[in-house]
Design a protein around this ligand. Structure first.
Ligand SMILES: [Zn+2]
Length: 276
């Protein structure tokens, strides 16, 4: 046998062991969380989300996506307003003038690119629910495993259309799910806004536990007053889901990050800054 080959062959198990040790020294779990700008808009009439309160008043909305670096790969929570809206000078106007006119100051693609993350690097993703301001860019990631509640996946869309492309890889959930089996990223079933709405509990190593609400609640005053938007699928389920999140917050001492709340987002570090 060639001596060099023999030497390398003998060394190989040791090299593999060193590799394994290195992989194990990086702690398993969530490493970082980036808050991405996935839309900004103006609601025509805020009472649509808080019946009887502030009727006729408009309010600024924001829309976030959250990119999470887990030791097993990149995970994306929500995909926001479609990137195509970035090219629309007047934004995307809603059919109902009381709803939100959305703008896209930055594309999702550009924000991933800034971090050196390619769409094909996203190993898995989940969406809070199937409203257009949350699923606008799902097909930018055609190979990423999509975690969605069965009740949402099977909820018929307009003209009975499916909510997602049937060929998109999917894991249909029926309740809570610890995504990587280490407790660092847990999907929480929070129906009410839609039939299969879900939220996400992220346990960050230094920041601590954070709950990403999706649209289980739209802004702080609705959280404090248990306000339920008029168009929610089920008021009863919405209130039960808010109580569930409240109980988890207490138990975990978790922060509540409300997706559409502009006042709160103004206090958050936006990507490329991150939380760890
Ligand atoms: Zn929304």
């Amino acid at each position: 046998m060639n001596r060099t080959v023999g030497f390398v062959a003998a060394l190989l198990p040791a090299l593999l062991m060193a590799d394994l040790a290195c992989a194990q020294s990086g702690k398993p779990g969530v490493e970082k969380l980036y808050v991405l700008n996935c839309g900004e808009g103006v609601a025509g009439d805020i009472s649509r989300w808080s019946p009887g309160v502030n009727e006729g008043k408009s309010m600024d909305f924001v829309d976030n996506c959250y990119l999470i670096k887990h030791s097993q790969g990149w995970f994306l929570w929500d995909t926001g307003i479609p990137d195509a809206v970035a090219a629309m000078p007047n934004g995307l106007a809603p059919a109902d003038p009381k709803a939100v006119t959305w703008h896209r100051p930055k594309t999702l693609a550009a924000q991933l690119d800034q971090l050196g993350v390619k769409p094909s690097d996203i190993k898995a993703m989940a969406i809070s629910h199937t409203h257009p301001d949350h699923i606008g860019n799902v097909e930018m990631f055609p190979t990423a495993m999509l975690y969605v509640q069965k009740a949402e996946y099977e909820w018929p869309g307009a003209n009975n259309a499916p909510r997602f492309k049937p060929e998109h890889p999917v894991t249909e959930l029926e309740g809570d799910r610890d995504i990587f089996g280490d407790g660092s990223l847990t999907i929480l079933s929070t129906p009410g806004h839609t039939p299969g709405h879900q939220s996400l509990l992220v346990r960050l190593p230094h920041t601590g536990p954070v709950i990403l609400t999706g649209d289980a609640v739209h802004f702080k005053s609705n959280w404090e007053n248990r306000g339920v938007p008029v168009n929610n699928f089920s008021k009863e389920q919405t209130l039960a889901s808010m109580q569930k999140l409240s109980d988890i917050m207490t138990k975990e001492k978790a922060q509540l990050w409300i997706n559409h709340d502009k006042a709160q987002r103004d206090t958050l570090k936006m990507s490329p800054a991150f939380y760890d």
